[in-house]
Design a protein around this ligand. Structure first.
Ligand code: C5P
Length: 227
């Protein structure tokens, strides 16, 4: 394949209130990371780099092997960093072969439909990044301590999801430039290097599991899923 998917799973998940890192918390009998990997391996064939928390490389390797089946030659585990950005950078350094498109995906978006992964990969061009977004449902306010400063025009806003897809060469040079600066996501880092980013429609199922409520929502979705 010429596409690689970097699954960042090196977060501690303190907001989830679990003892294990978030990637290894069970949703049903399968962990967050295992569900994310199942989604990635159900999409079109791609090189898969799992970025694991230090000390959990073996656990990540087991999940990768279980999800990959006979495609385990496409997968590799590396250790992440202190920030998400450092974890993505570690994933980029682990790419091998003739990869031209890189997707960066949060393991925490464990139930992301494989069709969303393919749609992002297909929309990436030689000079343009692509991210899935959803419209913002709530009315958003700008606040200053306890005071409401203003309502923000919702039609100008979108909530960014993953995977976020980029041409490899430009993403690598953007990461080299970003060295000292922390960006909110890969699209912001890529745009800061002067490259355009387009958006496609995301999916409610690609929500990020952050809190115990999110984990409950994921459990409910799986229980309601046919098959
Ligand atoms: O913390 P948050 O849920 O926003 O993290 C998003 C994704 O980035 C998660 O899948 C998490 O495992 C990953 N991450 C990482 N390395 C870090 C912090 C977060 O791989 N240092």
């Amino acid at each position: 394949p010429t596409t690689a998917i970097i699954i960042v799973a090196a977060g501690s998940g303190t907001r989830l209130g679990a003892t294990a890192p978030k990637a290894f918390v069970g949703i049903d009998e399968r962990s967050v990371l295992r569900h994310a990997l199942d989604g990635v391996f159900a999409a079109s064939p791609a090189q898969v780099i799992v970025v694991a928390p230090a000390g959990h490389e073996g656990d990540a390797e087991s999940e990768l092997l279980a999800a990959a089946g006979d495609r385990s030659d496409l997968g590799r585990v590396v250790v992440g960093g202190e920030t998400r950005q450092q974890s993505v950078a570690a994933g980029l350094r682990a790419l091998w072969g003739d990869i031209t498109t890189v997707l960066v995906h949060d393991a925490a978006r464990a139930l992301t439909p494989p069709t969303q992964i393919d749609a992002v990969a297909e929309a990436v061009t030689a000079d343009t990044g692509v991210i899935p977004v959803l419209p913002v449902i709530d009315t958003i306010k700008r606040v200053d301590e306890e005071r409401i400063v203003a309502a923000v025009n919702r039609s100008e806003l979108a909530a960014a999801q993953t995977p976020q897809g980029f041409p490899r060469a430009l993403l690598e040079s953007a990461y080299a430039l970003a060295d000292e600066v922390e960006y909110t996501d890969d699209a912001a880092l890529f745009a800061a290097a002067g490259h355009p980013v387009r958006h496609i429609t995301g999916s409610a199922r690609a929500f990020k599991i952050t809190t115990a409520d999110d984990l409950e929502r994921a459990r409910q979705l799986l229980a309601d899923m046919p098959g």
